[in-house]
Design a protein around this ligand. Structure first.
Ligand code: DAT
Ligand code: MG
Length: 157
């Protein structure tokens, strides 16, 4: 059994980030409020200034995209709030709460739809990140919260 401060691997988790624009605009509480109001449980929370190295690994699937450099510059421009959220189908649920990647297309009622600003030239700001699959969530939580990860290999020895 995992000890209480480690994540229970039988439960679903998502890695959420309040990005530098969200943090700077004082929207951390608003993002947390929506997550908690939905019934999800917070399992980890920290403020962190992400290094380009961490972001390189976090956004590895976007390395070849045209917007990658803008994305890394923006994500390392100020502190982010990193959160581990737990709940049934939380990965899908947080994606629903966030809304479309592009804030202009995101539906009203979603975080990006209500609070995100239009993507002007070179602007990639959209307030929040949420893991898009169990595999990504595992990889991302390992990057941002290694101290919460249950070492399955060590446990089976
Ligand atoms: P999401 O954050 O909804 O999972 P994603 O993983 O496709 O979206 O992209 C990661 C981030 O990269 C996204 O939050 C903002 C930026 N981004 C994505 N597509 C973009 C585009 N076409 N132009 C500029 N930035 C983009
Ligand atoms: Mg993504």
């Amino acid at each position: 059994m995992p000890t209480p401060d480690l994540l229970d691997p039988k439960k679903e988790h998502s890695l959420v980030l309040v990005k530098p624009d969200g943090f700077a605009r004082g929207l951390t509480g608003e993002v947390l409020r929506r997550i908690e109001a939905k019934g999800y449980v917070l399992k980890g929370l920290k403020i962190k200034k992400a290094t380009p190295e961490l972001l390189d690994r976090h956004y590895v699937e976007h390395k070849e995209k045209h917007f990658f450099q803008d994305l890394v510059d923006y994500m390392s421009s100020g502190p982010v709030v990193a959160i581990v959220v737990e709940g049934d189908r939380v990965i899908e649920g947080v994606r629903s709460l966030m809304g479309n990647t592009n804030p202009t297309l995101a539906a009203p009622g979603t975080i990006r739809g209500d609070l995100g600003r239009d993507w002007g030239t070179g602007n990639v700001e959209n307030i929040v990140h949420g893991s898009d699959s169990p595999l990504s969530a595992h990889r991302e939580i390992n990057l941002w919260f290694p101290e919460l990860m249950w070492d399955e290999e060590a446990d089976s020895k």
